[in-house]
Design a protein around this ligand. Structure first.
Ligand code: URA
Length: 257
């Protein structure tokens, strides 16, 4: 029973995969900058989403590093070298983006799961396969969009990222969007939608309508369509009806009608 309890505890902590032959003491390699970052979720951001009033120093550092990236390759390299977010220490791979950065359409998910972490590519697991089928039904393949995530490293055990982790990763996502300059954004799930649009509304309220995303460095807001996350659709197939309406809206908008 004790052994089972110890295993259960590891699962609860997110140690749900054996990746190395020998155990590794992650605590001894987590960089100092990744220590506790104060929560920044308190301030509502309805009026001016970016940047929120007072930022903790690690977030300011993330903003500076992200702003210095002049190309997507710079940004990927900056993220790979970034030691300010503890998630990088437990992830197997950085998950940066997949698809076509010149397509004019950019999709933003929440964060990688186990398959994405192993492959180093976003949306390759079950929810990614569902997303591919849904987008395929309106004629879109990964040649027609770029796809990325708010969080580029898998949170252990697929737990939700903390407010501090979101605050640290958001400057990189915003820079990513500014460098790609998409004509349209699709925000998959509440976490991505709230991070990019600001505010605290739920995804069922946000979805179904194009909303302006204010992105630092871009002269105009980018029209953004929040949608239900495909992982939610896997758990709640009845919600596919709403998503089908959103996909038709996306198709009509891309067709210019
Ligand atoms: N869910 C996400 O939000 N992103 C991925 O890359 C995979 C699953």
């Amino acid at each position: 029973m004790d052994m089972l309890a110890a295993l259960r505890l590891q699962l609860d902590w997110g140690a749900d995969e054996a990746l190395d032959e020998a155990p590794r003491d992650r605590l001894s390699v987590v960089p100092a900058a990744a220590a506790v970052v104060p929560s920044v979720a308190a301030a509502p951001r309805e009026v001016q989403p970016h940047p929120p009033p007072a930022q903790p120093v690690p977030v300011l550092r993330a903003q500076e590093i992200a702003a210095a990236a002049a190309t997507l390759e710079d940004l990927r390299a900056a993220l790979a070298a970034f030691d300010g977010c503890a998630l990088a220490a437990t992830a197997t791979n950085l998950v940066f983006a997949d698809g076509n950065p010149h397509a004019g359409l950019m999709l933003v998910g929440e964060g990688p799961g186990a398959e994405e972490d192993r492959a180093g590519k976003p949306f390759v697991g079950p929810s990614g396969q569902l997303l591919d089928r849904m987008l395929g039904s309106i004629g879109l393949t990964r040649q027609n969009y770029l796809i990325t995530n708010l969080i580029p490293w898998r949170p252990p055990g697929n737990r939700n990222p903390t407010d501090a982790e979101v605050a640290l990763c958001l400057p990189f996502l915003l820079r990513h969007i500014a460098l790609v300059r998409p004509r349209h954004l699709v925000l998959l799930g509440a976490l991505a939608a709230r991070a990019v649009l600001g505010g605290t509304s739920g995804i069922t309220r946000l979805r179904g309508t194009w909303r302006p995303a204010v992105i630092p460095g871009l002269p105009e807001p980018v029209p953004a369509l929040p949608m239900l996350h495909p992982a939610y659709l896997l758990r709640t197939p009845s919600a596919k009806r709403e998503t089908w309406a959103d996909l038709r809206l996306l198709r009509r908008t891309l067709d210019g009608s």
